[in-house]
Design a protein around this ligand. Structure first.
Ligand SMILES: [Zn+2]
Ligand SMILES: [Zn+2]
Length: 177
């Protein structure tokens, strides 16, 4: 197993077909598009499955840094935007090879066949890549804190709610209403 794949498996906790998908996508980005030494690279991922862990580990696009944006479309689509030049590429994982393998069942054997197929397939047969024009994803912002007048915990100001004249956090809001 390649060193970088090993590290990704360690980060994710197991090897699986989804992680293999993310690995191939991240590899493509590193080899043909950008490396992300900085936080200039933003990943917009359209699913929140195993594949995204490879994107985080290999490309440094993480939730905590604010350069990982999740759009819940349930698709294996990954768009990478570079703040430096405003260019973006969109990568769609073509799952034709999986349909064939999983058509016969989803057991252990099928899963390992799928992983092998994903890892060894030529890039152009599994990744459909094109340049796209997208508006710049907003940068992570720091907001002032407020103290919840119900639980006393502090929270991000723009997440506040008003209940019976009290400013409360969203957690208390959902409990009180
Ligand atoms: Zn997994
Ligand atoms: Zn509260």
């Amino acid at each position: 197993m390649e060193e970088d794949l090993k590290r990704t498996v360690e980060f994710h906790g197991h090897m699986c077909p989804g992680l293999a998908i993310g690995y191939r996508v991240a590899k493509y980005v590193m080899n043909h598009y950008r490396r992300s030494e900085d936080e200039e690279l933003v990943a917009v991922v359209e699913n929140n499955s195993c594949s995204v862990d490879a994107i985080q580990e290999m490309l440094g696009c993480t939730f905590g840094k604010g350069n990982l944006i999740f759009v819940d479309n349930g698709k294996q689509v990954f768009t990478f935007y570079h703040r430096g030049d405003g260019k973006a590429i969109r990568i769609y994982f073509r799952d034709e090879i999986l349909q064939e393998i999983f058509g016969a069942g989803r057991g252990e054997e099928a899963r390992s066949k799928a992983m092998e197929a994903i890892l060894s397939a030529p890039e152009e047969s599994i990744l459909s890549v094109r340049e796209v024009d997208i508006t710049e994803p907003p940068r992570a912002r720091i907001y002032p804190s407020l103290r919840c007048q119900e639980c006393g915990e502090s929270f991000m100001e723009i997440r506040g709610r008003l209940v019976n004249g009290k400013i409360v956090c969203k957690e208390c809001f959902s409990r009180l209403t």
